[in-house]
Design a binder for this molecule. Structure first.
Ligand code: EPZ
Length: 417
């Protein structure tokens, strides 16, 4: 079982190149099921979750080829199976993203319920209810969603909770449905926008992209295209916080600063000098200790839940008291318990984590529980005195391409053992 071993104390300094966004690549690859050509998808990050999605499509008979620069070509022509089995779905919940496309294009799908995960119950009721409203017949039995539809028809859907993959599944399904679908209270995350742009490039008719009301007019078929996935805003934010916590300077290149307004505002509040260009953003802490900040997560464009754990780590060594309130997931505080093992002073009162900054953390073995929690432990290890071993790093490999190489390039003392 791999782990990352970090010697704390080095101030990061340098540039890091950001990869394509995992949470855009996954729905876009799944959307390849909808069209009748091949599609070529570029800037795909080389991550475990992407490999899982490719395996899922390939086992259905879809032709998925990966080029030398991770160009992924998807041609659903040879598809012969419409099942997403439990043994794959349990390793990656985003497999649920094949449900909408399979139903819309082929009229049937059998997808394992994703089940919960470390950060919460993660139900998919809104996906199922929305597809039922569009005319799908869906039974849930034996841990599987069994769906069929002769042809989906447009409907007006009001989502009572902002759901990223729920919005994505329903938007994909609507592109081939009969008539107009309106999705109210839709998610506005940049990854949802990126998927919408990809669908439109394949011939879908979607308006309201980027707003909380999506209007999709169904068409008879979608055609192939080439498309590059947008840069990963959460990977960007993670490296910027790594720079800030060490008092250093990190420039993230090949990224979209305009997707990080809420995160950059909090980094400025923590005392960092933040400068941006068209496709880069730099954080310079100028050797200072960060100031504690208050974080409250909410759907985009507010502060992203996927950056919460990273800022909790920053607050652990900041000057003053910072609070963290997680409003999206019911159990996304596991990293707090691991940070305490490094010497952090954290009290959880209801839904609020109150973090008193301490002068320094001390290295220790810690355990990752989810993707972003593991990132926060690596970040804390960068400043903890001595050695920090982050275990169960298969979580990290699901969402961060070459993390030890990228951090080493910034001067960190980190290795995979
Ligand atoms: C997406 O998960 C991301 N994953 C998550 O990133 C991210 O944390 C999350 O959105 C929130 O931004 C991908 O895009 C692959 P939700 P998703 O549906 O779509 C409730 C990472 O680290 N809900 O927006 O599964 C749900 O319980 C991952 O890369 C329902 O109640 O999240 C949660 O409380 C972790 N019923 C809230 O909505 C439903 O049918 C938001 O969940 C669906 C969701």
């Amino acid at each position: 079982m791999d782990k990352l071993q970090i010697q704390g104390g080095t101030r990061l300094d340098g540039d890091v190149r950001i990869s394509g966004a995992k949470n855009a690549a996954l729905p876009i690859i799944a959307a390849g099921l909808l069209q009748e050509g091949p599609v070529t998808i570029g800037n795909v990050p080389h991550l475990k979750d992407v490999t899982t999605m490719i395996s899922l499509l390939a086992r259905m008979g879809v032709s998925v080829t990966v080029g030398e620069k991770m160009q992924v070509e998807v041609d659903p022509g040879p598809i012969h199976d419409f099942v997403a089995p439990y043994e794959l779905v349990k390793t990656m919940r985003a497999s649920i993203l094949v449900l909408g496309p399979l139903l819309a294009r082929f009229g049937r799908a059998t997808v394992s319920l994703p089940g919960g995960c470390a950060i919460g119950a993660r139900p998919v009721n809104l996906h199922v209810e929305g597809l039922r409203a569009m005319g799908a017949e869906i039974e849930i039995e034996g841990g599987y969603i069994r769906a069929k539809a002769s042809r989906l028809r447009g409907a007006r859907l009001v989502l009572d909770t902002v759901t990223v993959t729920g919005t994505e599944n329903l938007m994909m399904a609507a592109t081939l449905a009969e008539g107009r679908t309106v999705i109210e209270n839709a998610a506005r995350e940049p990854e949802v926008v990126d998927l919408a742009h990809f669908l439109v490039k394949m011939g879908a008719q979607i308006t309201g992209v980027g707003s909380d009301t999506l209007v999709i007019d169904g068409v008879d078929r979608l055609h192939g295209c080439s498309y590059d996935v947008l840069p990963d805003r959460i990977e960007t934010g993670t490296y910027l916080v790594a720079g800030a916590i060490t008092g250093g300077r990190v420039r993230a290149r090949n990224t979209r600063p305009d997707h990080l307004d809420a995160v950059l505002a909090k980094l400025r509040e923590a005392g960092a000098v933040v400068t941006t260009g068209a496709d880069w953003v730099e954080v310079d802490m100028q050797g200072r200790r960060p100031r504690a900040v208050d974080i409250r997560t909410a759907p985009y464009p507010a502060f992203p839940t996927d950056m919460q754990a990273q800022f909790a780590a920053l607050n652990c060594v900041a000057e003053g008291v910072g609070t963290v309130i997680e409003t999206i997931f019911e159990n996304r505080y596991m990293h707090m318990l691991e940070l305490e093992r490094l010497g952090a002073d954290i009290r959880i009162e209801g839904h609020t984590a109150v973090i008193h900054g301490v002068p320094h953390l001390s290295g220790a073995p810690v355990m990752a529980t989810d993707l972003r929690a593991s990132a926060s432990l690596v970040i804390a290890g960068l400043v903890a005195q001595g050695t920090t071993d982050v275990e169960r790093i298969y979580h990290i490999d699901r969402g961060y391409e070459c993390i030890e190489e990228k951090l080493s390039g910034l001067g960190a003392q980190i290795r995979r053992v």
